[in-house]
Design a protein around this ligand. Structure first.
Ligand code: AMO
Length: 424
């Protein structure tokens, strides 16, 4: 007999074979109930001592929560059962026992704190709420890929072990690479640029590593980025692409994840876009007495933007040059063609037009205290026919966190890597 998923069983008549996890057991001595769960839903199973048989009826009593079972039974209408159907058990088999007690509370409103849930993430993933987050994250990735393929962009893979920093700064994880020193990639920045200079429109979902020591609810030491790069484009062009891309992602989540959004009590609206300069944001924040750095927005300023412009992707452009990495194209002496995108009160992306002129790039590397020799291959790539180009990167966990209103970015990673965690 072929296995039916629970969702299908609700539409079936007659005998079904179900497989899944024991969600709940209720024992009323002559009649026993199990709520069985699989990835598609939950259904009530019923065992009646006189009909189910002694052995199966006894097994029902001994089942611990989260044990895996296989059941053959008859689907019946039932007014009392959740969803109006139940399965009268004919045969039941224990496939995998779950030890008792479970190390964490796996109920819908788990009382276990996040760090402990993460210690037992494999078990936390039995919870519908946790599953819902990662079903939505799967849609976010699918939608990003659909969008980019419709744009005519080429999907790319880049190396994760690289010879030098790709973002500047000191937050590098060093790697001993045979006789040489290398590091884990902070981004695919230099590679996506080199690729866009021939393939024009390129995108990637790329894992990045940042050895930032701080421990916050919005930073990870290993995260994933949606990267995009386009030739013959400036900052304005790629901001417009990013606006449409986030718009498409939210639309797809609303279409494909109705059940998950309801379970997580999330109400989404398709976002609009707003363009504003860094200087204008500084002015606005003065009114609210909110601190803005000379070349960076504070978390408080980002939150305020989220409040002032709800359900809006706020593009803060004309960013001060000193606040942007070496590869961002200067705009005059002090400004740049770099931007950040703020959504629901937090940065989801940064990007901008890049420097495609070798001499200017060398000057900017030096200005940032970096050694141009270490970037030779990258700088040289712009010597043999490299057009102007621009792009951006969006944090996958950030956008998941913001779309779902999660309080901690660790909720949006299956197996987070932070200052204190490299396992599981
Ligand atoms: P940036 O460093 O701003 O830019 O990163 C782009 C986006 O990635 C996410 N992000 C992070 N998420 C979690 N933890 C972190 N430590 C973390 N760091 C970044 C954020 C951020 O907006 N190469 C450029 C992008 C570009 O210009 O194309 C870059 O990496 O959502």
């Amino acid at each position: 007999m072929e296995r039916s998923y629970i969702e299908e069983a609700f539409k079936k008549k007659g005998k079904v074979l179900l497989k899944g996890w024991v969600h709940e057991v209720r024992d009323l001595s002559k009649i026993r109930f199990i709520i069985l769960r699989d990835i598609t839903g939950q259904i009530q199973l019923v065992g009646v001592k006189s009909e189910t048989g002694e052995k199966a009826f006894e097994l029902m009593k001994s089942l611990n929560r989260e044990s895996v079972i296989s059941v053959i039974g008859e689907v019946k209408d039932s007014k009392q059962a959740p969803g109006g159907k139940e399965v009268l058990i004919e045969k039941i088999e224990l496939i995998a026992k779950a030890e008792h007690p479970l190390p964490i509370d796996v109920s819908d409103f788990s009382k276990t704190e996040l760090p402990k849930r993460l210690d037992y993430r494999f078990l936390d993933l039995h919870r519908k709420q946790t599953q819902a987050i990662f079903k939505v994250q799967s849609t976010i990735q699918q939608a990003y890929m659909e969008f980019m393929i419709n744009e005519g962009a080429v999907m790319a893979q880049f190396p994760s072990i690289i010879g030098s920093s790709s973002e500047g700064g000191t937050d590098l994880f060093n790697v001993q690479y045979f006789e040489k020193k290398a590091c884990l990639s902070q981004s695919c920045q230099l590679y996506k640029q080199m690729l866009a200079c021939s393939m024009e429109k390129v995108f990637a979902i790329f894992t990045v590593w940042r050895a930032e020591k701080h421990n916050t609810v919005r930073h990870l030491n290993e995260s994933r980025q949606f990267d995009y790069e386009q030739a013959f484009a400036d900052d304005k062009v790629v901001m417009e692409v990013l606006g449409r891309c986030v718009h498409y992602i939210v639309k797809r989540v609303m279409e494909l994840n109705k059940k998950e959004l309801e379970l997580l009590e999330v109400k989404l609206k398709i976002p609009t876009t707003k363009y504003i300069t860094f200087a204008q944001v500084s002015e606005i924040m003065k009114k609210y007495k909110i601190h803005v750095g000379k070349d960076d927005l504070s978390g408080e300023a980002e939150e305020k933007l989220g409040e002032l412009y709800p359900d809006t992707i706020v593009f803060v452009h004309d960013w001060p040059l000193s606040g942007k990495p070496f590869y961002i194209m200067p705009k005059g002496k002090d400004l740049s063609y770099g931007f950040d995108a703020i959504y629901k009160g937090m940065e989801i992306s940064s990007g901008g037009q890049r420097i495609h002129l070798p001499d200017l790039l060398i000057e900017r590397l030096k200005a940032k205290g970096l050694d141009p020799k270490q970037f030779k291959a990258y700088v040289d790539s712009f010597r043999y026919g490299a057009p102007m180009h621009a792009g951006w990167g969006v944090g996958l966990e950030r956008i998941t966190m913001l779309i779902l209103g999660l309080k901690n970015i660790r909720e949006a990673v299956l197996f987070p890597r932070d200052r204190d965690r490299v396992s599981p």
